[in-house]
Design a protein around this ligand. Structure first.
Ligand code: CO
Length: 415
């Protein structure tokens, strides 16, 4: 059955009024008044769709539709409704409300799924308030770290107090709700937040995986000297060394020639940062992502070689600090297969693409098989009030989510 496009569209634009800033922006920081208001409204929509709802002690909103067979591992769908401080209307919400629309269509049609289906609005996906995100999904899967409730926002409020104000009593001592084996599959629809689908002229994409980043901080040290007096051949200029490394790193990653291989230097600090002193120390960041772990490792090795060679050529010392290392997480073949078949039936002929950004699905992937659907977004703009996705594209994506969910919930795969 086709999903109800008007209902979904109305709900999306209704939700965008909560925490509205300017004409098209939203600000719904995790656990804030606006977040609570949004969760309350979405909870009502879940109930109208036929889900039994609860809000857990970490602020996750969970809706449940009982299946015929209580023994079968369940199907979970979901995303988030919290936003960046200067965010858009579709990030997270398209997937959260899309999943509810899927359930509403099922119950409208009188379909009782074989396996139980849950829809989750995960709390604090964005992570901007407490500088650490994907909080709700990590709580549900037992991946919270010690001291997380003591993290403070910029006003000095702890996450614990923010959650209490939100209306829940956080408790780290409880064991996670889901264990391996409880869940057959997790499905998330999300706007692409990138330009690939637009460039290919396709409304919907099937995600192959989420590429985890390597984050490094590189420090080069030379020797400061007067810009007017030190001859060129005697210099130990850390900034010239850094520029050489940055340029070669860019070349190296570009030479791979894959959309899925990306390298960025987004931050650079120069000491003493004065126009008439040769730069003594430069610190810059490396962000490297690739869905292919072997290729990423090979690029990383070559990058280390570039850094060593350049440092020695410019007579600099170098240090490399590792900040984050997360492996790529691949979507399950069997789910991609179902998505492909259903997408062809809908004549969407969706291309397969990887996800550079993180999503709640990244953490669900440590517990169960997962699949993701991307919806084209204008110019790839996201985390910005200008973020925009066509209702037609969202409708197509949610229809694909519906058909995929129906197949998985009725099937005997992953018994
Ligand atoms: Co998001």
């Amino acid at each position: 059955m086709p999903i109800n496009r008007d209902r979904l569209s109305n709900n999306l634009y209704e939700l965008a009024k909560i925490g509205k800033i300017g004409e098209t922006g939203v600000c719904r920081l995790a656990h804030s008044k606006e977040d609570r208001q949004a969760i309350q409204v979405v909870k009502g929509w879940m109930e109208e769709a036929g889900l039994i709802t609860r809000i857990d002690e970490f602020g996750n909103l969970i809706g449940r539709l009982e299946g015929r067979d209580k023994e079968k591992p369940i199907l979970i769908m979901g995303s988030h409704v919290d936003s960046q401080p200067y965010g858009g209307r579709f990030d997270g919400t398209a997937g959260a409300l899309g999943a509810i629309e899927v359930i509403h269509t099922l119950t409208d049609d009188g379909i009782v799924p074989n396996r139980t289906i849950e829809v989750i609005c995960f709390s604090d996906e964005e992570g901007c308030r407490f500088n650490k995100g994907v909080f709700g999904v990590r709580a549900l899967t037992g991946m919270l770290e010690d001291g997380e409730l003591d993290r403070k926002d910029k006003n000095g409020m702890t996450r614990r107090d923010a959650l209490k104000e939100f209306g829940v009593e956080p408790d780290l001592s409880k064991s996670p709700v889901y264990q391996k084996g409880d869940v057959a599959a997790f499905l998330e629809l999300h706007i692409e937040q990138g330009p690939v689908l637009e460039a290919q002229g396709k409304p919907v994409g099937i995600v192959s995986g989420i590429s985890g980043p390597i984050w490094l901080t590189v420090t080069l040290e030379g020797f400061a000297g007067h810009a007017g007096s030190v001859p060129m051949n005697l210099r130990q200029d850390a900034l010239v060394g850094a520029s050489e490394i940055i340029r070669q790193y860019d070349d190296l990653v570009k030479r791979v020639g894959e959309d899925t291989t990306v390298g960025t230097v987004g931050s650079l600090q120069v000491f003493p940062n004065s126009r008439n002193i040769i730069a003594e120390k430069v610190e810059f960041t490396i962000d490297l992502r690739d869905i292919d772990l072997e290729r990423r490792t090979s690029i990383e090795k070559q990058l280390y070689h570039i850094i060593e060679k350049t440092a020695s050529a410019y007579n600099l010392t170098h240090k490399i600090k590792e900040d984050t290392r997360s492996g790529p997480r691949y979507c399950a073949e069997w789910i991609k297969e179902i998505m492909k078949e259903e997408s062809d039936k809908l004549k969407l002929y969706s291309p397969v693409l990887m996800s550079g950004p993180f999503h709640d699905a990244l953490f669900m992937s440590y517990m169960c098989d997962y699949g993701m659907i991307f919806v084209r977004c204008e110019k790839g703009i996201s985390h910005n009030p200008l973020e925009f996705a066509e209702m037609n594209d969202i409708e197509n994506g949610v229809q694909l989510l519906y058909q995929t969910a129906l197949r998985i919930s009725q099937s005997n795969e992953k018994e």
